[in-house]
Design a binder for this molecule. Sequence first.
Ligand code: GLN
Length: 492
Amino acid sequence: MSVFDSIEQARQALDRHEISAAELTEHYLRRVQALDSQLGCFLHLDRQGALEQAELIDRSLAANRSAGRLAGIPLALKDILVTADQPTTCGSKVLEGWRASYDATVVERLRASGAVVLGKLNMDEFAMGSSNENSAYFPCKNPWDLRCVPGGSSGGSAAAVAADFCLGTLGTDTGGSIRQPASFCGVTGIKPTYGRVSRFGVIAFASSLDQVGPLARSVEDCAELLAVIAGHDPQDATTIEQPLEDYRQACRQPISGLRIGVPREVFSAGADPAVCDAVERALAELEQAGAILVEVGFPDMSRAVATYYVICTAEASSNLARYDGVRYGQRIGEDDGLLAMYQQTRRLLGAEVQRRILLGTFALSAGYYEAYYAKAQRVRTLIRRDFSDAFAACDVIATPTSPTAAFELGEKIDDPLQMYLADVFTISANLAGLPGISLPCGFSARGLPIGLQLLAKPLGEGELLRCGAAYQRLTDWHRRRPENLESDGVSR
Ligand code: GLN
């Protein structure tokens, strides 16, 4: 079967009846079944549901009925998005065996546009982590090097795209969980402006930071997915009412005159030399294509990390209070009492989740609220201000996505602080509600992908797509694929 490099290519083949949605779906299902035991991307594969959906689409396509812009396109979802026809675990044993009674808005929108959902993807438990090693089921591995992590928490979403298990995925990003795994796995990922995409049906980690976004091979594919999932949702009062830009059109805009802000001092001090070199080369290429580079400041990153971990743990402690052993998952007998319930929950929640609930409860407790939570909120305002100062001089800001390429499994798991520092370049954008993108821009000496991060003003998705798509027209990093996964008889 022929290889599809993009959603657009597959779209054309489907529309010309060169391939059916069922054949395309079968192709990806076979790849997953043959190769995912090496990687661990899927927590749930819905072979039957996906094929039924594809056949339905084929009937519409055969009748030349409009079946939606993603009709017949195989995708997969981070297991934090609730689905009525498949289980949702959020990477946790607490939710094992639970099934939602409805689809998240983003899932509903994908389905309405004809997408075929192959299954649910691995992640750190409740999206807490930077390596996928906090999954309560099994860690997901990096398709470029199976000894390495795919990043987190949307590790399964990034690895599934890199391994060609589907044409695109959705992830969520609270402090970097779309951009950092995209960077580690050599794929493209977008974290939209806070409020641009509905969180209805997205299991909450830190509600003022969480956003859903697409991961795919290219900027254009991400734009295609974003156009379907974004927009106001009456079910989520935090969504923005403003109409969507034409994201496809944004990808075609030239970048001459685009001002790229470079906080060079900040990132050269904080990132590996190989990462800095790759980012500098990318900037030089963008400059040659007509962009203008300007030096700008960046919010103090150590303050951003501290602020993020106060706010996200505080919000998590409140959001996760519902997993008290009463409402979800494996219930215990009513007569067993509160202590048994408490013990049950403790047994079912992983160490990182417990750590965050404890930290967050502490930060919100009487006497400490002012010292920690209220102070963090004030620093958050300052971070927002730092960004608006920087954006007075530029249209987008460029940094590495992560200070390093992917690290090895086990390397940081016993050192939460080191793990938290994997997000130094990504978390400020969540604190300020800004959109960001990660683009593949090179490889480390060991052959692991490196990511370029671009940030924009609120609702500046168009600028990110414009700059990112121009970069991908100039380079082919996003077309490289890991070779070490193939086995006999399983084509791409
Ligand atoms: N790695 C960060 C954390 O552990 C970010 C996670 C995320 O974006 N979901 O909180």
